[in-house]
Design a protein around this ligand. Sequence first.
Ligand code: XMP
Length: 306
Amino acid sequence: MREFIEEKIREIRETVGSKKAIIALSGGVDSSTAAILAHKAIGDKLYAVFVNTGLLRKGEPEFVVKTFKEDFGLNLIYVDAQKRFFDALRGIVDPEQKRKVIGKVFIDLFEEVAKDIGAEFLIQGTIAPDWIESKGGIKSHHNVGGLPERLNLKIIEPLRDLYKDEVRELAKELGLPEKIYRRMPFPGPGLAARVVGEVTPEKVRIVREANAIVEEEIEKAQLKPWQAFAVLLGVKTVGVQGDIRAYKETIALRVVESLDGMTANAMNVPFEVLQRIAFRIVSEIPEVGRVLYDVTNKPPATIEFE
Ligand code: XMP
């Protein structure tokens, strides 16, 4: 791992030279690791752009700014683009279309920021499963597939040959906080991949709250799945509240075990834990009236719903 770090630092330093590079930092393990690696190589010539898409997990924007700007001293540019993403997503239902729209807004923003900075290089935290699955046409992972030539930036992908467990090891070696290297994978399109159908700020707020409850309870139960999250199905079902008929949203829980995300098994989560999660979701989120557990493996189902 040490050798790998030295080699990548040398490579990035030689490639970038006296020019500038930018990276899209999401706070996930892949982009965080790539950013710290690049920061070690080129210091302030690296501009880390953090886009608040409005599709991030609870507390994530604050955490990313604190960790990378204050703790690691990166040149961090915070872009609040929530409205822009929600506007672009209005009326879009098809999962691939959503991914494409999100990818496009991302790239448009990047082009603007990169122009201002005058960067020539784009550092990306792409890992092996990203480009393997994109090549297979399974899902267009926006950090690989959607990058148009017009960006006119030369791409550097230091983690291209690594799998997730190797990236985590690398992150640890680089001194990143445990909260980052132990963090569950999170898709590029963010919570948009966990809202089935049209994405609205209101739906994202619901799935974000539910997701936070899932993460908290899974951690409390000391379970170590590959991923545990909530999905807003966009299906309303009937319930009772007091003596009154209720008609509310349905949340699906997805908890999977996996080695690299390429295949996965639904986790045998203790029933009490599932019930605690369900109880908290329906009591703390007034819009939700029912919680389901997804027991499907990958394949045939993918991990994310969209
Ligand atoms: P799926 O849903 O395809 O996900 O079984 C496999 C793993 O990849 C994550 N994922 C993504 N990661 N950009 C990413 O960087 C994306 O667009 C994306 N979509 C899915 C997913 O969370 C799972 O760990």
